[in-house]
Design a protein around this ligand. Structure first.
Ligand SMILES: [Zn+2]
Length: 105
């Protein structure tokens, strides 16, 4: 493959990755600022109390954030879809998904 082809391939790959990120972003259940709040509070509770193999900390944070029921449901569904079935998984798997795809600031 010559150089021009290689850079064209690279550009295509980059465009594809950007597209995937945009798709992921469109499925975020809340604004990035609120997701940041959610993950930060969750991580604090998890670090302090550990994980009980349920989502009690996540539910506590949702309450503290005063999310509407639809927003809370959407958020928890999204956590499930991205490997977050308990507090420590949300803090690891779902957080990574968000971190990798969120709008760069
Ligand atoms: Zn856990």
């Amino acid at each position: 493959m010559n150089k021009a082809n290689k850079s064209a391939q690279k550009a295509k790959l980059k465009a594809w990755r950007e597209g995937e990120r945009m798709k992921a972003q469109n499925l975020f259940p809340l604004a990035d600022s609120r997701l940041q709040e959610f993950f930060e509070m969750l991580e604090k509770l998890r670090a302090k109390h550990g994980c009980f193999h349920d989502i009690r900390h996540a539910l506590h944070v949702i309450q503290a954030m005063r999310l509407a029921k639809e927003d809370a449901d959407g958020l928890l569904d999204w956590c499930n879809q991205h490997g977050g079935y308990c507090d420590c998984e949300i803090a690891a798997n779902t957080f990574m998904h968000w971190h990798e795809n969120r709008v760069r600031t």
